[in-house]
Design a protein around this ligand. Structure first.
Ligand code: DGY
Length: 334
């Protein structure tokens, strides 16, 4: 039987299916296993099923001589050193598709929350400060008819564009590649990042974290945005320069931000961004519905079990890792 190390309990059905198919060790904690524990757990493991909170680098892989597959229960895989995995003949898999609509819902929820000041309104109502209906109370901005700028037009960006159609928004996008079929189907228009930042009322980020996107939205980019505009981030915290964002928001050079992701997660409760009323902050909830987390876990288990049985899984991140480099690895291929 293959051995698998799992870094967090999975929803019941997926967890049971995995436990029946392999010799399974589960980290019992509510926070990620410490490095020494991962090293120990992977000593004899053929497979690893992990989350975006587990850092899987080359030295960890070197401490795992039998490891053949790293199955991530996430679509983003920036926490895994994929080239190092490929070099070692380790397949990396992820869970795209099943979380698209749920994450797009959350991005849109943040758009509405920041524009219509939902969190401020909730705090105000609970505080007892509400005296009377007031024509000037907590005035926000219209979402309908506004311009939405999507940075990245992959699965999730497109799903946000579909929601924007229902709000009669003008949608523009900046991407490394043109997508004429999507432009036609969704009525979205291409723009350079510079044009998009200057035009959009809402700039929503939908790019993976890579060397090219780290710090993509910095001081200069924020300065190009309209002072009435909002920044929405449901991708990865490191895509945005948080210090520059704080400075822009505090100076009201930018109207507000809806942030589901941060450089360091969990974000420090004393973080300057959390002192601002014009920020809505969430604890990385993009895919957080019961149904979607169940689908992600099932897909992560499918990927893992197929790879361990020598069959091509549905979502390899590094298909070139399949077969691997036999010189660099002592173990057999599955
Ligand atoms: C992912 O899967 O990468 C999201 O950030 C969490 O669901």
């Amino acid at each position: 039987m293959k051995r698998v190390y799992l870094t967090r309990r999975l929803p019941e059905e997926a967890g049971q299916r995995l436990a029946q198919a392999v010799e399974l060790e589960i980290w019992p904690g509510e926070v990620p296993p410490p490095r020494e524990e991962l090293v120990r757990g992977l000593e004899q493991a053929d497979g690893l099923l992990c989350l975006l909170t587990d850092q899987v680098d080359a030295s960890l892989m070197d401490a795992a001589p039998r490891l053949k597959v790293i199955s991530l229960c996430a679509v983003g895989y920036n926490n895994v050193d994929v080239p190092a995995a490929t070099q070692r003949g380790i397949l990396v898999t992820n869970t795209p598709g099943v979380l698209t609509e749920t994450t797009a819902d959350l991005a849109f929820a943040l758009i509405l929350a920041v524009a219509r000041r939902l969190v401020e309104g909730d705090r105000f109502t609970r505080s007892g400060a509400w005296q009377a209906w007031d024509p000037g109370l907590l005035l926000g901005q219209d979402v309908h008819g506004a311009c939405l700028g999507l940075v990245g037009l992959g699965r999730i960006g497109q799903a946000v564009a579909r929601r924007a159609q229902g709000f009669a928004m003008e949608v523009i996008y900046a991407s490394t590649s043109r997508k004429p079929a999507v432009e036609e189907a969704l009525g979205v228009r291409p723009a350079t990042l510079t044009e998009l930042l200057a035009r959009a009322d809402f700039v929503s980020l939908h790019v993976p974290l890579t060397a090219a996107t780290r710090g993509l939205i910095g001081r200069e980019e924020l300065a190009r945005m309209k002072p009435t505009a909002f920044l929405i981030n449901t991708s990865r915290g490191e895509v945005v320069d948080e210090e520059a964002l704080y400075a822009a928001l505090a100076a009201r050079a930018l109207h507000g931000a809806g942030l589901d992701v941060f450089h360091r997660e969990p974000v420090d409760p004393g973080h300057p961004l959390l002192t601002l009323d014009n920020v809505v902050a969430l604890p990385h909830l993009g895919s957080a519905t019961g149904a979607t987390r169940t689908r992600m876990a099932q897909l992560a288990v499918d990927n893992l079990l197929l790879a361990l049985s020598g069959r091509q899984p549905p979502h390899p991140v590094n298909p070139e890792g399949w077969g691997g480099n036999p010189v660099a690895r002592s173990g057999e291929r599955p």
